[in-house]
Design a protein around this ligand. Structure first.
Ligand code: ADP
Ligand code: MG
Length: 206
């Protein structure tokens, strides 16, 4: 697996399409254990990102990811903007000067992204946040010698679904305490769409 600049642009565009298509669902999830703005936040943020990156002649994946990060940080209100922004910024830094981005570089970039999210959110695994999708994805990339995009999408989906049984101890959902159990974490759902979009692009479907 390698990612060209065009692949990275396609990844971001495909992520945006999924955010738009699932905007209401993400909002519904956030209505259950938050303030109901996650769908709006992600759909608006990713649309702004696509507006920014389309029609630009990028020659490096790092630049695409940096613009993605900066736009998410500045345009997305709420906790999620800075968190997703940090993830893409760390990824951008990690892949700088490596075009096309090879598997090992990308895997390292994902690990850096997770570290960034954890640091920024002061969150660890199992606290029912987007860390619970990004972190298993790092493990997946680290372990899979025989990489399959279908398996990757499936793992991301499983990770998202596992947040249902967790009790939130970070973010707004933490106010719900035990009542947060039984609901999928909104940020994990949007993270699943990001990895599902990546699987589509690598698999040649987007
Ligand atoms: P807000 O919570 O400000 O309304 P959003 O609704 O857009 O922002 O995003 C909520 C998501 O952000 C949660 O579902 C969770 O995944 C993630 N999140 C919130 N706080 C944290 C944190 N401290 N660390 C990691 N992720 C967090
Ligand atoms: Mg919210």
């Amino acid at each position: 697996m390698t990612l060209t600049v065009q692949d990275v642009v396609a990844w971001i565009k495909a992520s945006n399409e999924k955010m738009q298509a699932n905007k209401d669902y993400l909002t519904t999830l956030d209505q259950a254990i938050g303030d109901g703005d996650h769908g709006i936040n992600m759909a608006r943020g990713f649309q702004e990102v696509v507006n920014k990156i389309e029609n630009q002649d990028y020659t490096s994946s790092s630049d695409v990811l940096k613009d993605t990060a900066m736009t998410l940080m500045s345009k997305v209100g709420g906790a999620s903007g800075p968190l997703f922004g940090t993830a893409f910024l760390k990824l951008s830094t990690a892949v700088k000067g490596n075009d096309p981005v090879d598997y090992a570089t990308f895997t390292n970039g994902l690990a850096e992204a997770v570290n960034g999210i954890k640091q920024r959110g002061k969150a660890a695994k199992g606290e029912k946040t987007l860390v619970d999708v990004w972190s298993p994805m790092v493990d997946f990339f680290n372990q899979e010698a025989d990489f399959h995009t279908d398996k990757m999408a499936e793992e991301a989906k499983n990770a998202m679904e596992q947040t249902k049984d967790m009790m939130a101890t970070k973010g707004r959902a933490a106010y719900f305490k035990e009542r947060s159990i039984g609901h999928i974490d909104p940020g994990s759902a949007s993270s699943f769409y990001i990895f599902d979009a990546l699987a589509d692009v690598i698999g040649g479907k987007a």
